[in-house]
Design a protein around this ligand. Structure first.
Ligand code: 13P
Length: 254
Protein backbone atom coordinates (compact mmCIF):
# COMPACT_ATOMS: atom_id res chain seq x y z
CA UNK A 1 0.00 0.00 0.00
CA UNK A 2 1.43 3.33 -1.06
CA UNK A 3 1.91 6.03 1.55
CA UNK A 4 1.62 8.72 -1.12
CA UNK A 5 -1.36 10.92 -0.23
CA UNK A 6 -3.50 11.32 -3.34
CA UNK A 7 -3.72 14.84 -4.69
CA UNK A 8 -6.73 15.96 -6.72
CA UNK A 9 -6.24 19.30 -8.43
CA UNK A 10 -8.63 21.46 -10.42
CA UNK A 11 -7.10 23.38 -13.30
CA UNK A 12 -9.72 25.95 -14.24
CA UNK A 13 -7.62 27.27 -17.14
CA UNK A 14 -9.12 30.54 -18.45
CA UNK A 15 -12.57 30.06 -16.95
CA UNK A 16 -14.46 31.85 -14.14
CA UNK A 17 -14.60 35.42 -12.91
CA UNK A 18 -13.98 36.19 -9.21
CA UNK A 19 -17.73 36.11 -8.58
CA UNK A 20 -18.07 32.75 -10.33
CA UNK A 21 -15.12 31.36 -8.39
CA UNK A 22 -16.82 32.36 -5.12
CA UNK A 23 -20.02 30.64 -6.23
CA UNK A 24 -18.02 27.50 -6.96
CA UNK A 25 -16.39 27.49 -3.52
CA UNK A 26 -19.73 28.11 -1.77
CA UNK A 27 -21.20 25.07 -3.54
CA UNK A 28 -18.08 22.90 -3.28
CA UNK A 29 -17.10 23.25 0.40
CA UNK A 30 -20.17 21.54 1.86
CA UNK A 31 -19.79 18.68 -0.63
CA UNK A 32 -16.25 17.83 0.55
CA UNK A 33 -16.60 18.84 4.19
CA UNK A 34 -14.56 16.47 6.36
CA UNK A 35 -12.83 14.85 3.37
CA UNK A 36 -9.26 14.20 4.45
CA UNK A 37 -8.22 11.20 2.33
CA UNK A 38 -6.95 13.37 -0.54
CA UNK A 39 -5.19 16.71 -0.82
CA UNK A 40 -7.54 18.99 -2.77
CA UNK A 41 -6.16 21.94 -4.75
CA UNK A 42 -8.03 24.59 -6.75
CA UNK A 43 -5.99 26.39 -9.43
CA UNK A 44 -8.04 29.37 -10.61
CA UNK A 45 -7.00 32.17 -12.98
CA UNK A 46 -4.72 34.71 -11.25
CA UNK A 47 -7.46 37.32 -10.74
CA UNK A 48 -9.56 34.80 -8.79
CA UNK A 49 -6.83 33.70 -6.39
CA UNK A 50 -7.57 36.25 -3.67
CA UNK A 51 -11.29 35.38 -3.71
CA UNK A 52 -10.63 31.62 -3.64
CA UNK A 53 -8.08 31.94 -0.83
CA UNK A 54 -10.53 34.05 1.20
CA UNK A 55 -13.53 31.80 0.68
CA UNK A 56 -11.63 28.54 1.36
CA UNK A 57 -9.96 29.96 4.48
CA UNK A 58 -10.33 27.56 7.42
CA UNK A 59 -11.01 24.59 5.14
CA UNK A 60 -8.56 21.94 3.96
CA UNK A 61 -8.69 23.18 0.38
CA UNK A 62 -5.41 24.45 -1.07
CA UNK A 63 -5.04 27.07 -3.77
CA UNK A 64 -2.52 27.04 -6.60
CA UNK A 65 -1.42 29.18 -9.53
CA UNK A 66 -1.56 27.89 -13.10
CA UNK A 67 1.80 29.37 -14.08
CA UNK A 68 4.53 31.73 -12.83
CA UNK A 69 7.70 33.46 -14.02
CA UNK A 70 11.11 32.16 -12.94
CA UNK A 71 12.50 35.54 -11.86
CA UNK A 72 11.84 37.18 -8.51
CA UNK A 73 10.51 40.39 -10.07
CA UNK A 74 11.25 42.72 -12.94
CA UNK A 75 10.07 44.30 -16.16
CA UNK A 76 8.07 41.30 -17.39
CA UNK A 77 4.72 42.69 -18.47
CA UNK A 78 1.87 40.29 -17.91
CA UNK A 79 3.84 37.90 -15.71
CA UNK A 80 3.52 36.94 -12.07
CA UNK A 81 6.15 35.60 -9.65
CA UNK A 82 6.31 32.69 -7.24
CA UNK A 83 6.67 35.16 -4.34
CA UNK A 84 3.47 36.89 -5.39
CA UNK A 85 1.58 33.60 -5.57
CA UNK A 86 2.84 32.60 -2.13
CA UNK A 87 2.01 36.01 -0.65
CA UNK A 88 -1.51 35.79 -2.08
CA UNK A 89 -2.02 32.50 -0.24
CA UNK A 90 -1.13 29.92 -2.87
CA UNK A 91 0.59 26.73 -1.76
CA UNK A 92 0.88 25.01 -5.15
CA UNK A 93 1.67 25.97 -8.74
CA UNK A 94 1.19 24.16 -12.04
CA UNK A 95 4.33 24.30 -14.22
CA UNK A 96 4.85 23.40 -17.86
CA UNK A 97 1.26 22.58 -18.73
CA UNK A 98 1.11 21.39 -22.34
CA UNK A 99 -1.00 24.42 -23.26
CA UNK A 100 1.81 26.65 -22.00
CA UNK A 101 4.36 24.58 -23.90
CA UNK A 102 2.37 24.50 -27.14
CA UNK A 103 0.75 27.94 -27.20
CA UNK A 104 3.11 30.12 -25.16
CA UNK A 105 6.56 28.83 -26.04
CA UNK A 106 7.41 27.21 -22.75
CA UNK A 107 10.38 24.83 -22.93
CA UNK A 108 11.93 22.13 -20.75
CA UNK A 109 14.46 24.77 -19.79
CA UNK A 110 11.98 27.40 -18.61
CA UNK A 111 10.08 24.70 -16.72
CA UNK A 112 13.32 23.86 -14.91
CA UNK A 113 13.99 27.51 -14.04
CA UNK A 114 10.44 27.91 -12.78
CA UNK A 115 10.74 24.76 -10.71
CA UNK A 116 13.80 26.16 -8.93
CA UNK A 117 12.03 29.41 -8.10
CA UNK A 118 8.82 27.67 -7.00
CA UNK A 119 10.82 25.50 -4.57
CA UNK A 120 12.61 28.57 -3.26
CA UNK A 121 9.22 30.02 -2.33
CA UNK A 122 8.05 26.72 -0.83
CA UNK A 123 5.31 26.26 -3.40
CA UNK A 124 4.45 22.66 -4.29
CA UNK A 125 5.21 22.47 -8.00
CA UNK A 126 2.92 20.31 -10.15
CA UNK A 127 5.16 19.70 -13.15
CA UNK A 128 3.25 18.61 -16.25
CA UNK A 129 4.71 16.24 -18.81
CA UNK A 130 3.15 14.26 -21.62
CA UNK A 131 3.52 13.21 -25.22
CA UNK A 132 1.73 14.45 -28.34
CA UNK A 133 -0.39 12.03 -30.35
CA UNK A 134 2.22 12.04 -33.13
CA UNK A 135 4.96 11.21 -30.63
CA UNK A 136 2.94 8.28 -29.27
CA UNK A 137 2.25 7.15 -32.84
CA UNK A 138 5.96 7.28 -33.63
CA UNK A 139 6.81 5.14 -30.57
CA UNK A 140 8.49 8.09 -28.85
CA UNK A 141 6.43 8.28 -25.66
CA UNK A 142 9.19 6.93 -23.44
CA UNK A 143 11.85 9.15 -24.97
CA UNK A 144 9.67 12.28 -24.57
CA UNK A 145 8.74 11.54 -20.96
CA UNK A 146 12.32 10.73 -19.95
CA UNK A 147 13.57 13.96 -21.54
CA UNK A 148 10.86 16.17 -20.03
CA UNK A 149 11.33 14.76 -16.53
CA UNK A 150 15.14 14.75 -16.67
CA UNK A 151 15.30 18.33 -17.89
CA UNK A 152 12.70 19.62 -15.45
CA UNK A 153 14.79 18.20 -12.58
CA UNK A 154 18.21 19.51 -13.64
CA UNK A 155 20.20 20.71 -10.59
CA UNK A 156 17.32 20.21 -8.18
CA UNK A 157 18.70 19.30 -4.77
CA UNK A 158 17.21 16.04 -3.48
CA UNK A 159 16.42 17.58 -0.08
CA UNK A 160 14.21 20.20 -1.77
CA UNK A 161 12.65 17.72 -4.17
CA UNK A 162 10.39 15.90 -1.76
CA UNK A 163 7.41 18.15 -2.40
CA UNK A 164 7.54 18.01 -6.17
CA UNK A 165 4.50 16.51 -7.86
CA UNK A 166 4.52 15.37 -11.48
CA UNK A 167 1.39 15.25 -13.62
CA UNK A 168 1.32 12.92 -16.61
CA UNK A 169 -0.99 14.55 -19.13
CA UNK A 170 -0.90 12.90 -22.55
CA UNK A 171 -1.62 15.84 -24.84
CA UNK A 172 -4.04 13.81 -26.98
CA UNK A 173 -6.21 13.16 -23.91
CA UNK A 174 -6.63 16.80 -22.85
CA UNK A 175 -10.10 18.17 -23.50
CA UNK A 176 -10.78 15.46 -26.07
CA UNK A 177 -12.85 13.02 -24.03
CA UNK A 178 -10.18 10.39 -24.70
CA UNK A 179 -8.43 9.06 -21.64
CA UNK A 180 -5.33 6.97 -21.46
CA UNK A 181 -6.30 3.43 -20.49
CA UNK A 182 -5.32 2.67 -16.90
CA UNK A 183 -2.59 0.40 -18.32
CA UNK A 184 -1.20 3.16 -20.55
CA UNK A 185 -1.19 5.60 -17.65
CA UNK A 186 0.43 3.07 -15.33
CA UNK A 187 3.15 2.37 -17.90
CA UNK A 188 3.85 6.08 -18.39
CA UNK A 189 3.96 6.63 -14.63
CA UNK A 190 6.55 3.85 -14.25
CA UNK A 191 8.70 5.50 -16.93
CA UNK A 192 8.40 8.85 -15.15
CA UNK A 193 9.24 7.32 -11.77
CA UNK A 194 12.28 5.57 -13.22
CA UNK A 195 13.65 8.90 -14.42
CA UNK A 196 12.93 10.56 -11.07
CA UNK A 197 14.94 7.76 -9.47
CA UNK A 198 17.85 8.41 -11.86
CA UNK A 199 17.70 12.17 -11.22
CA UNK A 200 16.98 12.25 -7.50
CA UNK A 201 17.38 8.78 -6.07
CA UNK A 202 15.09 5.83 -5.47
CA UNK A 203 13.69 6.95 -2.12
CA UNK A 204 12.48 10.30 -3.45
CA UNK A 205 11.09 8.60 -6.55
CA UNK A 206 9.13 6.10 -4.47
CA UNK A 207 7.56 8.90 -2.45
CA UNK A 208 6.86 11.30 -5.32
CA UNK A 209 3.25 11.70 -6.31
CA UNK A 210 2.53 11.25 -10.00
CA UNK A 211 -0.92 12.45 -11.08
CA UNK A 212 -2.84 11.60 -14.21
CA UNK A 213 -4.58 14.32 -16.25
CA UNK A 214 -6.57 14.21 -19.47
CA UNK A 215 -10.37 13.93 -19.62
CA UNK A 216 -10.74 12.77 -16.01
CA UNK A 217 -14.50 12.69 -15.24
CA UNK A 218 -16.65 11.37 -12.40
CA UNK A 219 -17.34 8.30 -14.59
CA UNK A 220 -13.70 7.25 -15.02
CA UNK A 221 -12.11 8.64 -11.84
CA UNK A 222 -12.57 5.48 -9.79
CA UNK A 223 -10.94 3.21 -12.37
CA UNK A 224 -8.01 5.55 -12.96
CA UNK A 225 -7.39 6.45 -9.34
CA UNK A 226 -7.37 2.84 -8.22
CA UNK A 227 -4.26 2.15 -10.28
CA UNK A 228 -1.45 1.79 -7.75
CA UNK A 229 0.83 3.97 -9.90
CA UNK A 230 -1.71 6.84 -10.14
CA UNK A 231 -1.46 9.14 -7.12
CA UNK A 232 -4.16 11.62 -8.02
CA UNK A 233 -5.61 13.63 -10.85
CA UNK A 234 -5.23 17.00 -12.54
CA UNK A 235 -8.69 17.84 -13.81
CA UNK A 236 -9.64 20.44 -16.39
CA UNK A 237 -13.19 20.58 -17.77
CA UNK A 238 -14.81 18.40 -15.13
CA UNK A 239 -13.44 20.60 -12.34
CA UNK A 240 -15.45 23.64 -13.38
CA UNK A 241 -18.65 22.32 -11.86
CA UNK A 242 -18.70 21.88 -8.07
CA UNK A 243 -20.83 18.70 -8.12
CA UNK A 244 -18.73 17.07 -10.80
CA UNK A 245 -15.41 17.93 -9.16
CA UNK A 246 -16.70 16.78 -5.75
CA UNK A 247 -17.68 13.43 -7.31
CA UNK A 248 -14.14 13.03 -8.64
CA UNK A 249 -12.69 13.84 -5.21
CA UNK A 250 -14.99 11.20 -3.74
CA UNK A 251 -13.89 8.37 -6.06
CA UNK A 252 -14.24 4.97 -4.46
CA UNK A 253 -11.09 3.27 -3.30
CA UNK A 254 -11.19 -0.49 -3.92
P1 13P B 1 -9.35 18.07 -19.28
O1 13P B 1 -9.67 17.41 -17.97
O2 13P B 1 -10.35 19.11 -19.69
O3 13P B 1 -9.06 17.06 -20.35
O4 13P B 1 -7.99 18.88 -19.06
C1 13P B 1 -6.91 18.25 -18.51
C2 13P B 1 -5.88 19.25 -18.17
O5 13P B 1 -5.27 19.84 -19.04
C3 13P B 1 -5.65 19.53 -16.74
O6 13P B 1 -4.50 20.29 -16.57
Amino acid sequence: MSTRKPLIAANWKMYKTPAQSKEFVAAFLPLVHGHTRDEIVLCPPFVDIVAVVATTHGSKIHVGGQNMHWQEEGAFTGEISAGMLAAAGCTHVILGHSERRQLFGETDDTVNQKLHNALKHKLVPIVCVGELLAERGAGKTEEVLLRQVARALVNVAPDLARHIVIAYEPVWAIGTGKTATPEMAAEAHLIIRSQVARSLGREIADNMRILYGGSVKPENATTLLNQPEIDGALVGGASLDAQSFAKIVQYTLF
